[in-house]
Design a protein around this ligand. Structure first.
Ligand code: NI
Length: 201
């Protein structure tokens, strides 16, 4: 039996156990991150050009979002919402890593990213890198993105829009979908802060 088959069997048994909520929680905590396959190692640079890896984020829950500074709507809307939610959390927000990873490393230099992020909560840290390191990071985090030429001879980028939440050990725990409001997003962030690990929606 492959590891994946064993995981599936454990989950099936746990779910079939009806009322075995403890076991469900256990199965989710132990296997969900691998089953979801979101996350892993990365090696990028921050807006001051300093190297940052996934290991630098460990020890705190992490809120992670992928986008680009030329994004006409989805990214500014999401970063605006994040800024608002961090304000609602108040001082508790200081216990989170909040990271914006560029999907447009050719235009999003550390300097450009820094200028762009100055419009949002200062806690949001910008990460960029080379075309190759960004591609590797997007793959590890299962982020879809694609360059699309525009009429003016430039390009825009189609990209996935979910915000990812990771526990303090780097395990993926839940997404916040594009368009979610404070009503659902802030409780997720509070739960992430409280548990640091398991979320079971
Ligand atoms: Ni965007």
């Amino acid at each position: 039996m492959t590891r994946r088959a064993i995981i599936a069997l454990v989950l099936l048994v746990a779910l079939a156990g009806g009322g075995a909520f403890g076991l469900q929680k256990w199965a989710a905590r132990v296997e969900a991150p691998q089953a979801q396959g979101i996350g892993g190692a990365f090696s990028l640079i921050d807006t001051d050009g300093r190297p940052i890896t996934d290991r630098d984020l460990l020890g705190r829950p992490t809120v992670m979002y992928f986008g680009f500074t030329y994004c006409p709507e989805v990214c500014p809307t999401t970063l605006g919402a994040l800024t608002q939610w961090l304000g609602v959390l108040g001082p508790d927000a200081d216990r989170l890593n909040v990271v914006f990873v560029s999907l447009d490393p050719e235009r999003d230099t550390p300097k450009a990213l820094k200028a762009y992020l100055s419009s949002f909560d200062p806690q949001i840290r910008g990460l960029t890198g080379s075309v190759e390191t960004i591609a590797a990071t997007a793959k590890a985090y299962r982020v879809y993105y694609k360059k699309v030429p525009t009429k003016d001879g430039l390009y825009t980028i189609d990209h996935s829009t979910a915000i990812y939440l990771f526990d303090s050990k780097g395990n993926f725990v839940a997404p916040i979908s594009y368009g979610e409001t404070e009503e659902t997003a802030v409780p997720k962030l509070k739960a992430l802060l409280q548990s640091g690990s398991i979320l079971w929606w």
